[in-house]
Design a binder for this molecule. Structure first.
Ligand code: PEP
Length: 248
């Protein structure tokens, strides 16, 4: 049985003080959640956010990491550092990382393996652009992203893996994929996971939908059989709105 997961991607928003204050507000509204609740602040806020979230049901994740443990990689954070602080999750391969920082499926594969080796739960993002959707290549693009990002994962660590299907055209645009569309693509992803990782992993891996999820559309999305949760950007910055998604 896959436990639903709602994760907030705060992106480059909230100062440390604001991030800690948001945890205080959020803790009150999500305390009875039936799903796993995760927030991913910027890395310099992780330490204080983790302290603020201690004793609550809010788990914390990074938004990115490098695949090495340490070394001369200016500006990066490592899985060892995330793990030592107490982070449980890390978002990898978000479309903004792919688009603005030129991350490739090969990079995401290295990061995914490193995260899992350190016991972090990677939320690996895949999704097509508007041009790719209009060209009818959605499934081809996603298949390539999955096979490139999930190559040669440690079979003993697969229970850590989370996938997020995030159509790029739906991120931050107010346009949401219809629940049927999202369910269909996620069903396709599960089929591909069975080919890449085996039937058991495919059955057990949580696959989230992301792209303009808000309180008003969360229930419909979450009621779809293949959708195991949501990765939420803009709406995760407001405690009441994020609370209404978590308590869908
Ligand atoms: C995201 O950035 O992962 C996301 C889904 O953003 P939004 O909810 O704002 O579309």
């Amino acid at each position: 049985m896959r436990k639903p997961l709602i994760a907030g991607n705060w992106k480059m928003n909230k100062t440390n003080r604001e991030a800690v204050a948001l945890i205080g507000e959020l803790a009150k509204v999500v305390k009875d959640a039936a799903c796993d609740v995760v927030v991913c602040p910027v890395s310099i806020c992780l330490s204080d956010v983790l302290k603020a979230a201690a004793g609550t049901n809010i788990k914390v994740g990074g938004q990115n990491m490098y695949h090495k443990d340490s070394g001369a990689y200016t500006g990066e954070v490592s899985p060892v550092m995330l793990k030592e602080l107490g982070a449980e999750y890390v978002i990898l391969g978000h479309s903004e990382r792919r688009q603005y920082f030129k991350e490739t499926d090969g990079d995401i594969n290295l990061k995914t393996k490193a995260a899992m080796a350190h016991g972090l739960k990677p939320i690996v993002c895949v999704g097509e652009t508007l041009e790719e959707r209009e060209a009818g290549t959605t499934y081809k693009v996603i298949e390539e992203q999955l096979s490139g990002s999930l190559n040669e994962l440690d079979p003993s660590k697969l229970e850590l893996l989370v996938i997020a299907y995030e159509p790029v055209w739906a991120i931050g645009t107010g346009k949401t994929a219809t629940s049927q569309d999202a369910n269909e693509v996620i069903g396709f992803i599960r089929k591909k996971l069975a080919e890449i990782l085996g039937a058991k992993a495919a059955e057990e891996t949580r696959i989230l939908y992301g792209g303009s999820v808000k309180g008003s559309n969360a229930t419909e999305l979450m009621n779809m059989p293949e959708i195991d949760g949501a990765l939420v950007g803009g709406a995760s910055l407001d405690a009441v709105e994020f609370g209404s998604i978590v308590n869908y």
